[in-house]
Design a protein around this ligand. Structure first.
Ligand SMILES: C[S@@+](CC[C@H](N)C(=O)[O-])C[C@H]1O[C@@H](n2cnc3c(N)ncnc32)[C@H](O)[C@@H]1O
Length: 280
């Protein structure tokens, strides 16, 4: 059944990254790696985000977990961190900066990362750093976006001179290269030294409840990216909405968000040294 898009979806989140997906991804990891009670495991959630959805779901599902390190490169995500939980360690760290997480190298038995790796520029370096963080025999699971309709929408919006002139955000050219698909990432992990590398793609289509909800949501996610004067708000909403329809059409007769996500996982061999990663 199609997921519906809650009007409460925080603006910082993309609709693929909601509670339902946290639990779904947790179940996938547990099934893939046959997790037990995690009572002997140090788990790390890379790019935990302000809502810490996956970390919270994991603590609830696995109350005996030895420790969970929630990592994010943005210190601000921890400002609203909930009540103290001795199993949870909050860590400001950047997976592209090896030194920021060096204290954990070789100590983590499970690294997971959901909704983050598509934002990472040097993915090979980041996967290498994950490999270094893992103990021999440690497992890693990633869920990230390979293509997303909102990126296509923004690309098309920036082709309209009037909208381009209003743009003040950051646009990354060719964020989702077509040739970077499932096999590309399987090869990347294998080259780093991961074993038993598996991947699967999933297509998510999330309809808005109405055209109006879509118009309002597009404004919410773009209001800081574009300088929209108050008298231009409705016009901006209309233009963004029309471009959304022309680039993606409708699903179940509703405007919708579409993303192709990659589930990717691998294991650090038991007899591993970090020789492959040390060469780089
Ligand atoms: C879209 S949010 C996803 C949050 C959460 N994992 C979820 O699924 O809802 C991506 C998060 O990754 C963090 N992030 C991006 N690049 C990172 C990096 N290189 N190292 C650590 N965190 C990073 C961002 O600050 C942001 O909080």
């Amino acid at each position: 059944m199609a997921q519906s898009w809650s009007s409460e979806t925080p603006r910082s989140e993309t609709p693929t990254l909601n509670d339902e997906n946290d639990t779904e991804f947790l179940k996938k990891c547990a099934a893939e790696f046959r997790w037990n009670d995690l009572s002997k495991d140090y788990v790390m959630d890379i790019g935990c985000g302000a809502e810490m959805g996956f970390s919270k779901a994991l603590l609830k599902e696995y109350p005996k977990v030895s420790a969970l390190v929630a990592v994010d490169k943005e210190p601000t995500v921890f400002l609203k961190a909930g009540p103290f939980d001795q199993r949870l360690h909050l860590c400001v760290g950047d997976i592209e900066e090896r030194n920021s997480l060096k204290q954990y190298e070789g100590k983590i038995s499970k690294v997971i990362s959901k909704g983050t790796f598509h934002q990472i520029k040097d993915k090979e370096l980041a996967f290498q750093n994950v490999y270094r963080l893992l103990k021999p025999g440690g497992e890693a699971a990633f869920l990230f976006c390979l293509e997303c309709s909102f990126y296509r929408l923004l690309t098309s919006m920036l082709k309209v001179p009037k909208l381009k002139a209003m743009f003040q955000g950051i646009y990354i050219e060719n964020l989702y290269p077509k040739e970077h698909g499932k096999q590309y990432y399987i090869d990347m992990l294998t080259k780093i030294g991961f074993q038993n590398v598996r991947a699967s793609e999933e297509l998510k289509r999330i309809p808005f409840s109405s055209d109006e909800q879509c118009r309002n949501y597009l404004f919410e996610i773009y209001k800081d990216e574009f300088r929209v004067q108050s008298e231009m708000v409705e016009e901006f909403k209309d233009e963004a909405f029309q471009i959304c329809l022309s680039t993606s059409g409708r699903y179940l007769r509703k405007p919708y968000y579409r993303a192709s996500n990659l589930n990717l996982c691998g294991v650090k061999p038991l007899e591993s040294s970090d020789s492959k990663t040390e060469q780089t």
